[in-house]
Write a protein that binds this ligand. Sequence first.
Ligand code: 5GP
Ligand code: ZN
Length: 111
Amino acid sequence: METCIFCKIAAGEIPSSKVYEDGEMLIFKDIAPIAKVHLLCVPKEHFAYLSELNGAREALLGRMMAKIASLAPSLGLEDGYRLVINQGESAGQTVHHLHIHILGGETLKWE
Ligand code: 5GP
Ligand code: ZN
């Protein structure tokens, strides 16, 4: 998608602080962190919503979760972390390219 900011980040057209990249996903620092550690894990393929999952995307999402778990200790998340996927306007989704927020590095409130 030409206009999608996360597609541009994935293509290297917009700079980001990457912490992990392979052929199918990217993990980079959120530009406006809401926790001491705030990363975003995005698939390189553009799709916006979980409602658009198919078999291949389901498997990819599984690999993204597994990658987050395996990298967590090296990302300052050894004491735990929270994953958030905002879906739609009411949830506050502002970038319509599926992404997993990775939050941690401190004790997170649950209100
Ligand atoms: P959403 O509200 O859609 O779940 O989350 C979008 C996230 O993307 C926000 O936390 C926002 O700070 C982050 N974000 C938006 N634009 C950029 C950008 O250009 N670079 C980076 N690194 N993060 C961005
Ligand atoms: Zn995109």
